[in-house]
Ligand binder design. Sequence first.
Ligand code: SF4
Length: 217
Amino acid sequence: MTASLRLHYLAAMGIDVWVARHPAVAAEPVPRAQAWKDLQHQVAQCRACPLCETRTQAVFGVGNEQADWMLIGEAPGQDEDLQGEPFVGKAGQLLNEMIRAIGLRRDQVYIANILKCRPPNNRDPQADEVQACHDFLQRQIAFIKPRLIVAVGRIAAQNLLQTRQPLSQLRGVQHELAGVPLAVVHHPAYLLRSPGEKAKAWEDLQFALSVYQSLKQ
Ligand code: SF4
């Protein structure tokens, strides 16, 4: 019997007071797979900010739920909103190349966004939207327990680190989020617009890789 079923059963039996006095029963852990499914369901149903009105669907995340690397962008764009997956389309293909540059495949990392729903016209996330969606990302990080977080792009980095510092000052530095080391890389959409900056992206990835390798020593 699941914990919630047991609670309903006990309440129906009129012994919910007994449950309250025996927190070990009430706190029976939800199985890991079920907890992840529950979180996905909560995101899909979420109406905590106005972005729910304009989304096609919420975009939860994709990849290996036990990954060492967790890549976090800012929010779904048009392609992501339609397909229900973060970083698809041309920017997604370039991100896949960036992941390959560190010797991994897309299905070996976990990819998510700060916001789970697309802001209209791909505008920047607003502070109240980031706040409303904050708990979902924190729960994803707590579940996956990555060894390294990679903030993809300036907006993601500034929101995750709660700073207004420019990307030029954030990249090449080891930060920390929720006790997890964090590195910043250029956003692939920016690199598509500014192909001359790809060398910097390569430096970012090499730095992230060096942080990750230092964790294993
Ligand atoms: S962006 Fe986040 S908080 Fe807003 S509706 Fe979507 S899931 Fe909920």
